[in-house]
Write a protein that binds this ligand. Structure first.
Ligand SMILES: Cc1cc2nc3c(=O)[nH]c(=O)nc-3n(C[C@H](O)[C@H](O)[C@H](O)COP(=O)(O)OP(=O)(O)OC[C@H]3O[C@@H](n4cnc5c(N)ncnc54)[C@H](O)[C@@H]3O)c2cc1C
Length: 630
């Protein structure tokens, strides 16, 4: 089978994918720059969630920061224009942490407090990003980043209280999330075997609860490899019999799942590629870089005979501790963008009409209201902070907007941006803190929404989600079946739906951080046309045999590029176990003067509650009486 030609894939078709705003092509609008139009300086009110094509960290959002990093800023940025604006608090970063910090600060300082939030992106929410499509007259709402409220039962009292204050009652997802969706449409899980890796293109589905031997019998492996896989999935063998009970968990923590499968299970090398990407969605790297103990916590096969006690041990990945505590159903149609929107609704009254967690789903956002002088809180988008300095009894914050540097003054600052940026904003920080801020490397990844006119082919394939371990996109799945407020999920295969696809551009075999650095460069160098071709080609190869036609069925595409994605979490294979208080993220997040540090990086934990908790800590540091400050 050869790759389908571009025409057969529909690459020449006019679908919403390239710089469309509310269905109006940028090029069709007047002479103002796209940025001006987006910010409402010209033309109709902007609405970034409806932009399609390449989103996430878009072109235009990171260039100023990279010039700062590379010390190639134009000389005029050294003398920014003073706007004359003064604030009680400036927050750098409009992600959930920055928005929560503004909220906590106003609660502590009173409603007269004046706050400015700046963010380099054209939309607020940071990773909590909303994607919208209109297909055949129907609105489809998807998530472009932060997916779900993960195990809310384990949230801190502060994070739980914030959700409650925003009107989020997680119990409502028990009804909103259609938990019988897969059963009703007879959808199981699928595995796509690509010919480059496995010799043939084949989609193999596994019905819920179907025994592994029957599934493995349909996989394109030689008989001896199938036998080996059956042994792995069924096994009660103790593959670490030579080790003491106490030493096993420590050994699994220090060996990758790849090493475990290869050297201890002695699984056929031809079977190992089947598992390679199983850790991508959670960690952004494959099984070569993730310890076997975390993989056991994730439910991967091969551990049943080891008799391990299930309690996590020191050094075990933080993400693994969350597995299976609660169902994964706490999902707004736009993911945690709804959390960000509920915060914005509070911070800028009138910007997002309504009052409940239900009505926020379909409520519009009036972006033109976010940065008005009359607001108690102003949100200034497409503005990249380039300098934060204490001087003259206050703090000067310089940022670049539309290619020009401006400055404002503040009494306090929360840096709710990424750790790696902070040494460039504040070069006078102590050397140890700057080193600690640079320790982690954020995880690069692509979150893609493909709007389909119908999902008949997916239903015919009998899969709700597909792992594609050898393919460009290593997973694909039908959107979460959530109907909330007046928003209704697709009622059947003949209705439009979003198909979510994910890629993490890792480089197996290298240390994790190196994989992330190389992957980030790949993301920044890849044009949207490549992503689109890979999407259409892979969907055709996976679902073509079940009736999928990329030309007919694809109605829109948004690729969310997160070159600086998940916060770095310590990797038991590479990082030491740090003594309490001495971990890099703890050294990095120390306040200095009247500047405090929030963001999920400050917790070394890539979750929404971490972003909230760090905002709370940062605001407490800034608002406690001077005598109690360190
Ligand atoms: C693809 C993806 C999926 C995820 N899924 C989940 C999930 O399902 N559940 C979950 O709990 N967590 C998830 N996360 C983790 C997510 O990062 C956190 O939950 C949380 O949203 C992080 O919020 P934050 O405010 O700390 O950081 P961010 O959301 O990264 O916000 C920081 C903001 O600061 C901005 N900034 C950086 N430098 C500057 C500068 N110099 N000037 C101005 N602004 C700047 C950034 O551009 C960004 O907008 C996911 C993350 C990603 C990337």
């Amino acid at each position: 089978m050869t790759d389908p030609a571009d025409r057969d894939l529909g690459l020449d078709r006019d679908i919403p994918r390239r710089d469309l705003l509310n269905g109006v092509l940028w090029s069709a609008a007047a002479a103002a720059s796209p940025l001006d139009r987006l910010l409402g300086a010209a033309g109709p009110e902007p609405y970034p969630p409806a932009l399609t094509g390449l989103r996430g960290s878009t072109d235009g959002s990171f260039e100023a920061a990279h010039k700062l990093r590379d010390q190639t800023m134009p000389p005029e940025w050294a003398t920014p224009r003073d706007t004359g604006e003064k604030y009680d608090l400036v927050v750098v970063g409009a992600g959930i942490s920055g928005l929560a910090a503004a909220h906590f600060f106003r609660k502590r300082s009173g409603p007269r407090a004046r706050v400015l939030i700046v963010d380099n992106h054209d939309d607020f929410g940071g990773h909590a990003r909303r994607n919208e499509f209109t297909v055949d007259g129907r609105k489809l709402i998807g998530y472009g980043g932060t997916q779900s409220i993960d195990t809310p039962g384990s949230y801190s009292p502060v994070a739980k209280a914030l959700l409650a204050e925003l009107g989020i009652d997680t119990a409502k997802f028990n009804q909103a999330y259609d938990q019988r969706f897969a059963e009703r449409f007879h959808l199981g899980s699928g595995f796509f075997f690509d010919r480059e890796t496995f010799g043939v293109d084949r989609l193999v589905s596994r019905a819920e609860g179907e025994a592994w031997p029957a599934v493995i019998a349909r996989m394109p492996f030689e008989p001896d490899v199938r036998t080996d896989l059956v042994r792995l999935f069924a096994s009660t063998t103790d593959y670490l019999a030579a080790m003491s009970a106490a030493g096993r968990k420590r050994a699994l923590l220090r060996m990758s799942y790849l090493v475990y499968l290869r050297d201890h299970v002695k699984l056929s090398p031809r079977a190992i590629p089947f598992f390679q990407s199983w850790t991508h969605d959670l960690y952004g790297v494959g099984i070569d870089a993730i310890n076997a103990l975390d993989c056991k916590a994730l439910g991967f096969p091969g551990f049943d005979g080891l008799g391990l006690d299930p309690a996590p041990i020191p050094g075990q990945g933080a993400s693994a501790s969350r597995i299976e505590e609660e169902p994964y159903i706490f999902h707004f149609p736009d993911g945690n963008a709804s959390v960000a929107r509920l915060l914005v609704r509070r911070l800028v009254p009138g910007s997002i009409p309504g009052s409940t967690m239900e009505d926020v789903v379909t409520a519009p956002c009036h972006y033109g209201l976010l940065d008005r002088a009359a607001n108690g809180t102003r949100i200034r988008l497409a503005s990249t902070a380039i300098r934060v300095r204490e001087d003259r009894g206050g703090i000067t914050i310089a940022y670049v907007r539309g290619g020009k540097a401006e400055s404002v003054r503040a009494s306090r600052v929360v840096l709710a941006c990424w750790h790696g940026v902070i040494p460039h904003l504040c070069p006078e920080l102590p050397g140890e803190q700057r080193t600690a801020l640079r320790y982690g490397v954020k995880v690069p990844l692509l979150y893609t929404n493909v709007a389909l006119r119908n999902w008949k082919a997916v239903a015919a394939a009998k899969v709700a989600d597909v792992k594609a371990p050898g393919s460009y996109w290593t997973s694909a799945m039908i959107d979460f079946p959530v109907s909330l407020g007046s928003y209704r999920f697709s009622t059947g295969p003949d209705q439009p739906v979003l198909l979510f696809m994910e890629r993490t551009p890792c480089k197996p075999g290298l240390p994790e951080k190196e994989q992330h650095r190389i992957g980030r460069n790949e993301l920044l160098a890849t044009p949207f046309s490549t992503y689109e071709r890979q999407i259409r080609s892979q969907l055709t190869r996976m679902f073509g045999p079940f009736g999928f036609d990329a030309v007919r069925d694809v109605a829109g595409i948004t690729v969310n590029r997160w070159s600086h994605g998940y916060a770095y979490e310590y990797n038991a294979l590479e990082d030491p176990i740090f003594p309490p208080g001495k971990a890099p993220h703890e050294i990095a997040r120390q306040p200095f003067g009247r500047i405090a540090i929030a963001n999920a990086d400050a917790a070394a934990f890539a979750y929404t509650d971490a972003a909230i908790d760090q905002a709370d800590r940062a605001v407490r540091e800034l608002t406690r009486p001077p005598a109690q400050r360190g």
